[in-house]
Design a protein around this ligand. Structure first.
Ligand code: HEM
Length: 388
């Protein structure tokens, strides 16, 4: 069978072959795959040539319903500034105590359980879900509901087809989620509070605020993108420390290495495996002609292991001089605005885990990933845990 970079394991030697011999190649699904680091960096900056779209060819979405990463400039820049003002650094800083307390309380439950526990369902998933719902201003009793809706969005056909069996667009495909988010927005309009949603609907950039539909669309996207990616970062980190006793001991003994472990895990195990783009004009990359209208996949998993950028690219190392230069948060004008929050959650989740857990042994040592085609993270981590 032909090597398929969209589904292969990141350590498959096929990636190194592609980088050396065929840096831009046609995949089975027909998209052009960029295997080299530099081509993905250039592509991500080149928003006039490549526009993000996980949608199937021919699917058209009304402008107000476009997710922020699909929106062309200059409208993207305006909406991005509104979102940035709502997730500003000093506000994210305030999330840390909430995250710390949450991780401890989840581990209280895990360490009291009899027999093996699933670290993904009992520790990994609740962290980003609760943190992002808290940051966005949902009432705590509804957090579980957000988690279900967010899974429904990524596991269904709405992201690729803009519809599902229930209907068209976000409101048709996920009516309960939309009704709930519209309700939160309406509450803030009636009674503004000092929270994320109030800032999102009231911030004005270039004399313009978000419309009702834009605010709802971007809120849903923020929730889903903050939840479905960070969970894989934390899951991959726990997979690494649970399967590598030396790494577990090193980090136990020197917590200052945790941020480096987070970056190295992002590089080797990127939660988003590739970025899908629509090619807007005829263009040439690495001597390959790509026609307007073609689908392109920026290979994050491959670029992150490119030996021209990272010495010994397939190895997990805590001594890299430029540990943040991986592609896992994208690049250019669409670079992830939630990177700081994701790093904070991963650092706290791992630190508390190391504080509370003396030994961890996975029941099954084989990595089983989630069944979302662009995502990389464990579906389960069944483990026996001994507390400190
Ligand atoms: C480990 C966790 C995360 C990873 C790996 C990740 C990855 C990415 C990547 C690769 C992009 C670029 C998409 C593209 O160019 O098409 C992106 C964009 C984005 N991310 Fe994240 N993300 C993470 C966490 C978060 C969090 C916590 C939030 C919310 C607070 C968030 C919100 C967004 C938004 C709104 C965009 C779109 C930005 C734009 O188009 O201007 N992400 N993310």
């Amino acid at each position: 069978m032909m090597f398929d970079p969209l589904s292969a394991a990141f350590d498959d030697p096929g990636f190194a072959d592609l980088r050396q011999q065929c840096p831009v190649s046609k995949t089975e699904m027909g998209a052009w795959y960029f295997a080299r680091y530099d081509d993905t960096v250039d592509g991500a900056k080149s928003v006039d040539r490549f526009i993000a779209s996980f949608r199937e060819p021919g699917v058209v979405v009304a402008p107000e319903e476009q997710l922020i990463n699909e929106i062309p400039e200059p409208r993207h820049g305006q909406i991005r500034r509104i979102i940035n003002s709502a997730i500003a650094a000093h506000r994210i800083g305030r999330v840390e105590p909430f995250c710390l307390e949450l991780c401890h309380s989840l581990l209280d439950g895990i360490l009291h359980a009899e027999g093996p526990v699933d670290l993904v369902s009992d520790y990994v998933m609740p962290v980003p879900n609760n943190v992002i719902a808290h940051l966005l201003g949902a009432p705590p009793e509804d957090f579980w509901q957000w988690a279900n809706w967010s899974d429904e969005v990524v596991q269904g056909t709405y992201p690729t087809k803009n519809r599902n069996e229930r209907g068209e667009g976000l409101a048709g495909a996920h009516p309960e989620f939309v009704a709930y988010v519209d309700g939160l927005i309406a509450d803030r309009r009636r009674e503004p509070t000092d929270d994320f949603i109030t800032r999102l609907i009231n911030t004005e950039v270039d004399g313009r605020k978000l419309t009702e539909i834009e605010a709802r669309t971007q809120l849903v996207f923020l929730f889903v993108s903050g939840n479905e990616t960070t969970r894989h970062l934390i899951g991959n980190l726990l997979w690494r420390v649970s399967t590598d006793p030396e790494l577990f001991a090193t980090l136990q003994n020197d917590r200052s290495l945790i941020p480096l472990a987070v970056e190295e895990c992002l590089r080797l195990d990127p939660p988003v495996k590739f970025l899908m783009r629509n090619c807007m004009i005829n263009t040439t990359v690495a001597d390959v002609e790509i026609p307007a209208g073609a689908k392109v996949a920026f290979g994050i998993g491959s670029g992150n292991r490119d030996d021209n950028k990272f010495d010994d690219g397939n190895s997990f190392r805590l001594d890299r001089s430029d540990p943040r230069s991986h592609l896992s948060f994208g690049g250019g004008p669409h670079v992830c605005p939630g990177a700081m929050l994701a790093r904070l959650e991963a650092r706290v989740a791992l630190d508390v885990f190391l504080d509370r857990v003396k030994e961890v042994a996975l029941v099954d040592g084989e990595f089983r990933g989630v069944e979302v085609f662009w995502a990389h993270g464990p579906a389960t981590l069944l483990a026996n845990i001994a507390g400190n």
